[in-house]
Design a protein around this ligand. Structure first.
Ligand SMILES: NC(=O)c1ccc[n+]([C@@H]2O[C@H](COP(=O)([O-])OP(=O)(O)OC[C@H]3O[C@@H](n4cnc5c(N)ncnc54)[C@H](O)[C@@H]3O)[C@@H](O)[C@H]2O)c1
Length: 332
């Protein structure tokens, strides 16, 4: 079974690729587990070398010909993660639409040409919500994007619905909360929620641009990769006409994150966190929900992390060279 990850060189693409290789199987066209015989990582930058266990395909998702060649005649399943993320799409209007909208359409058109409609999982975002939001967004919170990125994700979801309705794909879209901890900062306004954990744990001081009480809907990359795979494997009739699922993100404030770092640091020498709220970042994050509760996804077996400590420990175990925190007193 040939499986494609677009955005395969990115933060979540890499995590998903590793999770798929570890698992080795996915639901095949008949729903029964089938071996992933070929894993193709498509991106416009080269992906990690996964020891020859995955193939790199370099190209631009906005190039319809390149995407047709990628999908070929035999793609069984596609995970569509390639995107220009939030601040990037906001700053460059044309690039955002080209990659996030035209790119998605190119991929769907290429899939439409296949003899068997492939399962396709699309990475959407809680950026589809906006305006006067409740503290916790839920399945029935109406989308009202306030950024070009949010609009592009919402349109992407609708395209997934329409191509599925027509029988061209068997699609699913996941509205992701903030996934953390990223191994490096990016241009998203939410990047502080990763930096406040990553930087001190690597011995570097961090100037946090939000107030300690600012809350974020958080999900770990481990749970996210599991969610992509679980959503892929769900039989289409369990989803019915509603192909978009909101994923739960637990509530954690910036000070909860700082405390979880101190609790789980073991004997690492921690960098200091200095509170340096920045007016521009505060204006953006003030409108964000502090948590997301996707009851429908949870009922389908797609579950959130148990705590912010679990997220911090997962980062230490998976991404820090010295692995799980050594036992002992946290040094500060
Ligand atoms: N990480 C999060 O917190 C989060 C939250 C909500 C939604 N998402 C969505 O999940 C997906 C993955 O996010 P991520 O955090 O891994 O982002 P990322 O920026 O690390 O990865 C996106 C990848 O897409 C690639 N890409 C960009 N333009 C391309 C093009 N023209 N052609 C081919 N590839 C291109 C990039 O090179 C990058 O490797 C994205 O669709 C993002 O919008 C992420």
């Amino acid at each position: 079974m040939r499986v494609i990850i677009t955005g395969g060189a990115g933060f979540l693409g890499r995590k998903l690729a590793r999770a798929l290789l570890e698992r080795g199987t996915l639901a095949g066209p008949d729903g029964a587990p089938a071996p992933v015989s070929r894993l193709v990582l498509f991106d416009n930058v080269p992906p990690d070398d996964l020891g020859g266990r995955a193939e790199a395909a370099t190209g631009d998702i906005a190039d319809a010909g390149a995407v047709r060649r990628l999908v070929g005649g035999d793609a069984a399943s596609v995970f569509h993660l390639a995107a220009i993320v939030s601040a990037g799409a906001e700053e460059d209007f044309d690039l955002g639409y080209r990659v996030n909208l035209d790119g998605t359409r190119n991929l769907l058109e290429a899939c439409r040409g296949l003899a068997h409609p492939p399962r396709l999982v699309f990475a959407s975002s809680i950026a589809v919500y906006g305006g006067d939001l409740p503290e916790t967004i839920e399945d029935d919170t109406p989308p009202l994007p306030q950024t070009s990125y949010g609009i592009q994700k919402l349109v992407g979801e609708q395209l997934i619905h329409d191509y599925t309705r027509k029988g061209y794909i068997d699609g699913r879209a996941l509205r992701l909360p903030t996934i953390m901890v990223r191994p490096a900062p990016n241009r998203a306004a939410s990047t502080w929620a990763s930096s406040i954990i990553r930087e001190p744990l690597q011995g570097r001081d961090y100037d946090c641009p939000v107030e300690p009480g600012v809350a974020m809907a958080c999900l770990s990359p481990r749970r996210t990769a599991d969610a992509f795979i679980a959503a892929h494997d769900l039989p289409g009739d369990r989803l019915g006409l509603k192909r978009t699922l909101l994923l739960s993100g637990i509530r954690a404030t910036a000070s909860d994150m700082a405390e979880a770092v101190a609790r789980n640091a073991g004997n690492r020498r921690l960098g200091a966190i200095r509170w340096r709220p920045d007016a521009a970042t505060m204006r953006i994050v003030r409108g964000w929900p502090g948590a997301a509760r996707g009851a429908r996804a949870e009922a389908l077996g797609i579950v959130p992390d148990g705590s912010i400590d679990e997220i911090v420990r997962g980062f230490i175990a998976d991404d820090l060279a010295d692995g799980p925190a050594a036992e002992g007193e946290a040094g500060r």
